[in-house]
Design a protein. Structure first.
Length: 639
């Protein structure tokens, strides 16, 4: 459960990025903040000053998360990357991809140039950025070129090349004229090295020079010029501010930061792809008593990368894993060498420390949230037990629901809550087998009978074979059953339990005119729960979860059936090609309209497969097959 007021109260004052989510957990807005506490709170306390779009967005926010950064510039770059990755509904999205400026130094040339570009290429030259303030970049370059007069022309100048007369820039003191041989390659290289030091943050020399010039101007009462130089110093400081959220390398990297407190460990994984921080994941490891960091990391790496589809080339972490075979296993998972690196200094260490700092903040959030949830869930269960006069507090609750549209793809689902928290490993799905059409009562009867008959069979097996643990899916019975429907569904459940000689309490949810839970039905009596906030919120969460699980399963079956009726009938198109086609074109209609050449651009689709698709939709003579069009149209009408 996400407690909005509490989470707002523990927001840090640090800069960072916040991600707003709806009730489905979808990211609907990504924003940056100089002060996370002030910015995020403003959405919920200053509604009078908000426009209509913001008010609508805030009404859909059910939870949020955040990533702390070291400064606002980092937050802005991270915000940009996350917007590109998630495309949130309420963010402004430009159709043309905005490229931020880089500073490029052509170190491949004998006499390098320094200029601004918005294109990053793997050409062996030096790139710095991206920078978010283009004006500051231009002012910085102007300041650099006044102190280090390097060339700006596009001539090809080599050490052995023919010498020419210097241009006007030389006479203005803006260039050392390497074209005329007035400066050696060695001297010129020293200037370029100073510039690189400046852009990499080692800016003491250039700032000292500017400050001396500013002081001289002030002493000479040239206050306008002194102010101008002061602004240049500010531009340099603003531009060269370290941006750890963008790596100068374009490789894929993960940073695994950990934070320990007692027996618990918080792990934060920062994912850098193509040099950009694109996301993070937080994990908790409990009961890590007497376990060293290297052993924690070893276990986490095996668990985490064993379940991911991608393993990066480099993984930065606090300590090397205790098990040497982990490195070999990662190599096999990736298909090439994976480097496990423990940085001791520089940007990599700072990035790792930033990850660890976020791990600490997430741990504090998790710990406080866990304690509050445990207290609230305990109170909710005690309230429910007292209201219904149950013998014991119902620690295990099972809820059931039916989902179909006009009787098509009818399914049933069971969700399980233990101690007031969802236990997804015990969720079960049922495809209705014996009921035709939209008959929710008979469908509910079927899934309840299947669930509890299977449970009785597993209990019998445990008793006969004297097993301590049978590993069955239904052998654990609930302390309380919740029916999403009213009195009718409760009676169905009671009939099924009576026929199987099982005694369990069953309640039904009573909704108001907005379909919100307001009470329960138990033993033919209706109990209002409006005064029991904790219990009502828990029942609402259970209702929402069983709805979500049922609808998701129904949608999955519907999508599979619809896709099968069309793409799976095409010769030479299997599951992999079908998925690639849908990812590339988005709809059956777009696939139908595509030419053979366009189809061949899809991964795994060769000419033979492309021709097969084209023939299926258009026939060998190139005209559309009417029968197949009618078939598809019929299929898409069915939900």
């Amino acid at each position: 459960m996400f407690d909005l007021e509490y989470q707002l109260s523990i927001l840090p004052d640090n800069p960072g990025v916040y991600l707003m989510k709806n009730y489905l957990g979808e990211i609907i807005y990504v924003g940056k903040a100089k002060n996370l506490k002030k910015r995020v709170r403003s959405y919920f306390v200053n509604s009078k000053n908000q426009n209509d779009k913001t008010r609508i967005m805030v009404s859909k926010i059910k939870e949020f998360e955040f990533i702390v950064t070291d400064n606002e510039m980092e937050a802005l770059i991270l915000e940009m990357n996350l917007i590109k990755k998630h495309s949130p509904r309420y963010n402004v999205r430009l159709k043309d991809d905005k490229h931020y400026p880089f500073i490029k130094i052509t170190i491949n040339e004998d006499f390098p140039r320094v200029y601004i570009t918005r294109t990053y290429a793997k050409d062996g030259n030096k790139y710095y950025g991206p920078y978010t303030d283009a004006g500051a970049v231009h002012e910085t370059l102007e300041a650099i070129k006044k102190i280090y007069p390097i060339r700006t022309c596009k001539r090809v100048i080599t050490v052995e090349g023919e010498r020419t007369k210097p241009c006007l820039n030389y006479h203005l003191g803006l260039c050392k004229a390497p074209c005329a041989g007035y400066i050696s390659k060695e001297e010129y290289s020293l200037m370029v090295e100073d510039i690189m030091n400046l852009l990499e943050g080692r800016d003491v020399k250039i700032k000292r020079s500017l400050k001396e010039e500013m002081e001289k101007a002030a002493e000479a009462l040239e206050f306008e010029r002194a102010a101008f130089i002061r602004d240049k110093i500010y531009s340099i400081e603003k531009t060269i501010e370290k941006q750890k959220v963008f790596s100068k390398s374009d490789e894929d990297e993960d940073y695994i930061g950990i934070y320990r407190e007692g027996d618990d460990v918080s792990v934060q994984v920062f994912s850098v792809r193509d040099g950009k921080l694109t996301g993070r994941e937080h994990h908790m490891i409990e009961d890590a008593v007497h376990v060293e960091d290297k052993e924690v990391l070893s276990g986490f790496i095996k668990s985490y990368y064993g379940g991911t589809a991608f393993v990066p080339k480099k993984i930065y972490l606090k300590a090397e894993p205790g098990d040497e075979i982990v490195s070999q296993w990662l190599n096999l998972r990736r298909g090439s060498k994976v480097s496990l690196i423990v940085p001791s200094r520089g940007e990599k260490l700072k990035m790792l420390n930033l990850s660890a700092n976020n791990a600490k903040i997430s741990f504090e959030q998790f710990r406080d949230k866990l304690m509050r949830e445990k207290e609230e869930n305990s109170l909710a269960l005690m309230q429910l037990s007292s209201l219904l006069e149950l013998d014991d507090v119902p620690m295990r609750i099972e809820a059931f629901d039916i989902s179909n549209i006009q009787g098509v793809d009818s399914v049933g689902t069971m969700v399980v809550f233990e101690g007031g928290k969802p236990k997804s490993s015990d969720y079960r799905r049922f495809r209705i087998k014996t009921v035709k059409g939209a008959n929710d009562y008979d469908s509910m009867r079927e899934i309840l009978e299947r669930r509890f008959r299977r449970g009785l069979d597993e209990v019998k097996e445990i008793q006969e074979q004297k097993l301590e643990y049978a590993g069955g899916k239904f052998s654990v019975f609930p302390d309380l059953i919740i029916m999403d429907g009213g009195k009718g569904q409760v009676n169905i459940a009671l009939d099924v339990l009576k026929s199987l000689d099982i005694e369990l309490p069953v309640i039904g949810l009573v909704k108001d005119h907005r379909h919100r839970t307001r009470g329960v039905i138990y033993n033919d009596c209706e109990y209002s729960m409006l005064s029991m906030r904790e219990s009502l919120m828990m029942l609402t969460r259970i209702q929402d979860e069983v709805h979500r699980f049922a609808i998701t399963y129904h949608r999955t079956l519907r999508d599979k059936r619809t896709l099968h009726s069309i793409l799976d009938d095409i010769p030479k198109i299997g599951e992999k090609r079908r998925k690639n086609l849908m990812m590339a074109f988005g709809s059956i209609e777009n696939i139908r309209r595509a030419s053979i050449e366009e189809l061949m651009k899809t991964p795994s689709i060769d000419r033979s497969a492309a021709e097969s698709i084209h023939i299926y939709f258009h026939g060998r003579n190139g005209r559309e097959e009417t029968g197949k069009e009618t078939d598809e149209m019929q299929m898409t009408v069915i939900p």
